[in-house]
Design a protein around this ligand. Structure first.
Ligand SMILES: [Zn+2]
Ligand SMILES: [Zn+2]
Length: 369
């Protein structure tokens, strides 16, 4: 083992839908890198999807922990500092990074691919059974340690604990950012949100922060609608089989014309275009969930100056957006603690997935240290 290498537990996906807890080795950080002792990691639908990405793969892309050590040229972080990780790691130099498109950085990718360049820590920095192993979004947060680029790290203020702050780096950023950065919801606007899970609830919070006067929550589960009201929804519509009835209900709440901004946060491909039918003429439909698969569309749904937008990671610019989220939490405008409903040890990921997929949990967190 190289001097300074640490070994510890991690959850690895096998690429075929399975996963297991095993031991990985993590190098000390090289230039521009930081090694993190993970404390807590959020569990997201993307983690479940990543079980079918090419394995073996160290899972997890939401997380927070403490700086364990820093690379030779990293002089603005100290060991022990509590930090948040972000999965869209900007290189700072490409076309997108130079135009506030950090989340679209041209040199990033879902997993470590060194030839793509600068998002990943040095090649072979993480090993399993003696061989280099890739990690989800260059992070692999379901592990005792991870070595990442400095650009993936944001210091946490002393007022925020790593749990629940670990969910800021995906669910919260994606939901709130889609509203305030991408859709640019304005004061007095009207909003509908299809799907009130981990991301949808943060769309609702973002709409409340933006000063929307009408926020219609839509879900199939009555319990989620109740939570949506706690987080700022002004109205709730229980979705059934009848899509026309749902559209009529939203129109009835928005002066008969549809809402200014309709969001989809379900991850269900068949619902990807539903926001177009909930938005007014000249309004916008925002597909937040990044659903994969196919869906069909009658082209007239796009007529009448409607816009269809698919924000990635809420348009996150880490240096601008995370300090703003911290402030909103600090002054009580953004509710964080109540979002996490379930906590699990690292070895209970199967239970966390079950609870997430069945809708029993709203947001689950793995407690690592
Ligand atoms: Zn996620
Ligand atoms: Zn870039």
């Amino acid at each position: 083992m190289k001097p300074g290498t640490l070994s510890g537990p991690a959850i690895l996906g096998d690429g075929q839908g399975g996963f297991a807890l095993d031991v990985i080795e993590v190098d000390p950080p090289g230039p521009g890198e930081v090694r993190i002792a993970m404390a807590a990691a959020g569990v997201c639908h993307t983690d479940h999807a990543s079980l079918r990405w090419r394995g073996p793969l160290v899972l997890g892309h939401e997380g927070a922990g403490h700086v364990e050590s820093v690379g030779p040229d990293v002089d603005d972080l100290e060991p022990g500092q509590a930090v948040l990780l972000n999965w869209a790691i900007p290189c700072g130099h490409c076309f997108q990074c130079r135009h506030d498109g950090d989340a679209l950085c041209e040199r990033t990718h879902e997993v470590d691919v060194p030839r793509l360049g600068t998002s990943s820590a040095h090649q072979g920095a993480t090993r399993w059974r003696g061989r280099a192993v890739v990690r989800s979004f260059h992070l692999g947060t379901f592990a005792s340690h991870t070595v990442v680029r400095r650009e993936a790290v944001t210091p946490l203020p002393s007022t925020l604990r790593t749990d629940p702050a670990c969910i800021l780096g995906c669910a919260v950023m994606t939901g709130v950012g889609s509203v305030v950065n991408v859709a640019a919801v304005g004061h007095g606007d009207t909003v509908a949100v299809v799907g009130c899970g981990g991301v949808g609830l943060n769309v609702i919070q973002g709409a409340r922060l933006a000063g929307a006067r009408l926020i219609v929550a839509i879900d199939r589960l009555p319990a989620r609608l109740e939570r949506a009201r706690d987080f700022g929804a002004t109205h709730a519509v229980l979705a059934g089989e009848d899509e026309e009835a749902l559209i009529a209900a939203v129109r009835a709440l928005s002066d008969g014309r549809g809402v200014d901004h309709a969001f989809e946060a379900t991850g269900v491909p068949a619902l990807a275009f539903l926001p177009l039918r909930l938005a007014r003429n000249g309004g916008q439909a925002v597909q937040v969930s990044g659903a994969h698969g196919s869906a069909s569309l009658e082209l007239p749904q796009l007529f009448w100056n409607k816009r269809y937008v698919t924000p990635l990671y809420g348009g996150c610019v880490p240096s601008r957006d995370f300090p703003r989220l911290f402030d909103w939490i600090d002054n009580g405008e953004l509710e964080l603690d109540a979002q996490v409903t379930h906590r699990y040890p690292l070895h209970a990921l199967d239970r966390a997935f079950d609870d997430m997929l069945s809708g029993r949990s709203h947001k689950g967190v793995l407690r690592i240290a």
